[in-house]
Design a protein around this ligand. Structure first.
Ligand SMILES: *[C@@H]1O[C@H](CO)[C@@H](O)[C@H](O)[C@H]1NC(C)=O
Ligand SMILES: *[C@@H]1O[C@H](CO)[C@@H](O)[C@H](O)[C@H]1NC(C)=O
Ligand SMILES: *[C@@H]1O[C@H](CO)[C@@H](O)[C@H](O)[C@H]1NC(C)=O
Ligand SMILES: *[C@@H]1O[C@H](CO)[C@@H](O)[C@H](O)[C@H]1NC(C)=O
Ligand SMILES: *[C@@H]1O[C@H](CO)[C@@H](O)[C@H](O)[C@H]1NC(C)=O
Length: 324
């Protein structure tokens, strides 16, 4: 924790001086929904994801952009990033042409931003709501897909008592069945009556770590869920987890690049430069139940809490890269 604060403090100084050196760099408008959840800073070539023009935006789980003209979406991650967010966001809005900002990351997860609905409402009113006067659209705190997520969001809206303008609902989804993914999104849309942004999703089983998607399962799950969202009138944007070399404990078959940072076949599928490619197996609705297994991979874990550190690790990696 101390270390995190120290890194962030150093980075804020670095960032502010670095930002003033950038030329005015406005985001490019695009109606494509496809985005990059990007923890890589400048250490990986983002340009390789732009060759088709399908990728239209990115975010970094933070208020800090990288040096690209792709549309940047800032995020207020949680309590520990409030200071850097509030001290830099107006400059970033002006310099990057920011049009949308995301609320807190997995607020109901103790290992993530760990906020009560009341704390979330206070944070929103203090740091996010005022930005609407600059024409910014605001996305809800993004709950994880544990059942507690939807309840947290409902409690949050109650705690706001009408004082939080949530333009769209952001959410995360980790599971293995594309049909259930569509049902989940439809339920969120019906419940909250707002457009959706899926800011993290992957073919990943957190309920049974031994029953993970095979490479073929991932290819078919991504294909089906992405096409569904491209065709949905209530999904505005999405970002797969993930555009990263090391998936920090999430099924490595979900990675959009290889360990050297080069876009792989799944990455090319995501940006639409290559069709889905399987080796003949797989199921968009996930690894088959025991007895009918299709070769899904298993991930062993020495800690039941490993996932709680996932995005936190991603953020630390991001800050670390910027400092190098
Ligand atoms: C916007 O997205 C479309 C559809 O993917 C693409 O063809 C086009 O080149 C993109 N435009 C820009 C300016 O990136
Ligand atoms: C989450 O917040 C509660 C207080 O609301 C605190 O007691 C707990 O230690 C926090 N958990 C973590 C993992 O930081
Ligand atoms: C940023 O702009 C908002 C209005 O959009 C304002 O309330 C806030 O005080 C500004 N922050 C700083 C640090 O100037
Ligand atoms: C990709 O998904 C679409 C829409 O569900 C489906 O029609 C198509 O057959 C899928 N492609 C593959 C290779 O499964
Ligand atoms: C996927 O989810 C659907 C809808 O809940 C269900 O009918 C189907 O059996 C599931 N598929 C698998 C392989 O579990």
């Amino acid at each position: 924790m101390v270390c995190v604060t120290a890194i962030i403090t150093i980075f804020t100084i670095t960032c502010v001086s670095a930002l003033s050196a950038f030329s005015i760099n406005r985001g490019v408008a695009n109606t494509s929904k496809t985005g990059l959840a990007w923890p890589n800073g400048d250490s990986v070539d983002l340009g390789q994801y732009r060759t088709t023009g399908k990728v239209s935006w990115y975010y970094t789980w933070s208020p800090f952009s990288i040096d690209t003209d792709l549309e940047f979406v800032a995020m207020l991650w949680g309590q520990k990033s409030v200071d850097q967010f509030s001290s830099t966001i107006n400059d970033t809005i002006a310099k990057r042409g920011v049009k949308a900002i995301l609320g807190m990351n997995e607020p109901q997860e103790p290992g993530q931003s760990n906020l009560t609905a009341e704390q979330g409402a206070e944070m929103w009113k203090a740091y996010l709501e005022p930005l609407r006067s600059q024409g910014i659209r605001l996305g809800s705190p993004a709950p994880s897909s544990a059942p507690s997520g939807k309840i947290w969001l409902q409690d949050f809206l109650v705690a706001c008592a009408g004082a939080c303008t949530v333009d769209f609902i952001a959410l995360h989804y980790y599971d293995v069945n594309a049909t259930q993914f569509k049902e989940y999104l439809t339920d969120y849309h019906q419940t909250f009556q707002r457009p959706l942004w899926v800011t993290e999703w992957a073919c990943q089983n957190f309920n049974d770590l031994q029953a993970q998607c095979s490479k073929d399962d991932v290819v078919l799950f991504l294909n089906e869920t992405q096409i569904f969202m491209d065709n949905s009138d209530f999904v505005e944007r999405y970002a797969w987890f993930g555009a990263m070399r090391d998936m920090s404990g999430v099924n490595q078959a979900d990675a959009l690049m290889d360990s050297g940072g080069k876009i792989n076949a799944l990455g090319k599928q995501y940006i639409g430069s290559e069709p889905p490619q399987t080796s003949g197996g797989g199921n968009a609705d996930g690894p088959m139940a025991p007895g009918g297994r299709d070769g899904g991979v298993s991930i062993s874990s020495s800690s039941s809490k490993w996932i709680g550190f996932r995005a936190t690790n991603a953020i630390l990696l991001f800050f670390a890269f910027l400092l190098i």
